[in-house]
Design a binder for this molecule. Structure first.
Ligand code: CLF
Ligand code: SF4
Length: 301
């Protein structure tokens, strides 16, 4: 990964533990699990678990209200004060139903103006939410982009629910891709610092990761993060016996990518992770919120 430069200090990269490996040694992040719904169906996901696009599957979290999210930051800071980033990263998609996400950012910005705000999304609803994200002080956005070709994307997504209409097969793939690319493009133009997560799915998109990197480089993305797929139990890929990928697979594919910063210190953390990337404090925090499992199941999965 490139070293930071003077501009990075203005954008906050210098203190963001995911966007800057050196910062990850000193600064932690807190994930605020306020987003319970999702609007697409990835074949490596099962809604019993956190969104594998940003989180390790197989570990459920409890859900927070926006007000509870502010309390969570105080709790985390009592254990580890060097929290530089607060983020919404699921457990569903942060923008499937954006009200809780936006309210959370608004409250956190008012209470902790020094904390950098960050969000991850599948990108379907990104464009229409960018202005509000900017107004709420968000600077860093991660979009999970697993393909830049609809014929590849079609193998990864079961359906897309856009404005209440369900799209499947190639229609779903094309729609999601168009929305993701335009969302990334618009976000870069508006000055957000963007990371792309691509989930490496053996036999499905492994041959395609370089194409993704080339496209996102053209779009002005700051950081590219390839994550090995860990298929959630009960997910479609799990059921058909598709094996996950390893860190070694990721390193083998990313070693030849040039012209874009590559993240190699991702911990595929939970949607309620807190503290330094390598030392998750979430288990130590009191469990006070409702269980998130039920609402996600209302969507066909
Ligand atoms: Fe969270 Fe993601 Fe923001 Fe970081 S995580 S929303 S950019 S504050 Fe970081 Fe965790 Fe990897 Fe994500 S180590 S899974 S890259
Ligand atoms: Fe699951 Fe939605 Fe995340 Fe895809 S975007 S992994 S369907 S929660």
């Amino acid at each position: 990964m490139n070293n930071t430069n003077a501009n990075d200090f203005n954008t906050g990269v210098a203190k963001h533990p995911c966007f800057n490996k050196s910062a990850s040694k000193h600064y932690g992040r807190v994930h605020l699990p306020v987003a319970k719904y999702c609007n697409i169906s990835c074949n490596y996901c099962h809604r019993d678990y956190d969104c594998p696009n940003e989180s390790r599957p197989g570990v459920t979290s409890s859900l927070l209200s926006p007000e509870g999210a502010v309390d969570r930051i105080y709790e985390v800071k009592r254990l580890f004060n060097e929290i530089s980033v607060a983020a919404v990263a699921g457990p569903g998609d942060s923008l499937a139903e954006p009200r809780n996400t936006m309210k959370t950012f608004e409250l956190v910005k008012n209470e902790f103006p020094e904390i950098i705000l960050c969000m991850s999304t599948n990108g379907l609803n990104l464009s229409e939410n960018l202005e509000e994200l900017r107004d709420n002080g968000v600077n860093f956005i991660t979009v999970t982009l697993n393909a830049v070709d609809a014929s590849v994307a079609q193998k990864i997504y079961r359906y897309v629910n856009y404005k209440g209409i369900i799209y499947t097969e190639k229609d779903a793939a094309k729609l999601l891709l168009d929305r993701q690319i335009s969302g990334i493009e618009n976000a870069v133009k508006m000055g957000f610092t963007i990371k792309i997560n691509s989930v490496l799915i053996p036999g499905v998109n492994d041959f395609h990761i370089k194409d993704i990197s080339a496209q996102v480089k053209k779009l002005g993305v700051y950081l590219f993060n390839v994550m090995p797929m860990i298929p959630a139990e009960k997910s479609y890929f799990y059921k058909i016996g598709l094996k996950g990928a390893s860190r070694k697979d990721v390193a083998g594919i990313t070693k030849d990518i040039e012209g874009i910063n590559i993240m190699d210190h991702c911990r595929q953390c939970r949607s309620d992770a807190a503290g330094l990337l390598g030392e998750d404090l979430s288990k130590k925090l009191s469990e006070r919120e409702e269980d998130l499992r039920c609402e996600c199941k209302k969507m066909p999965c």
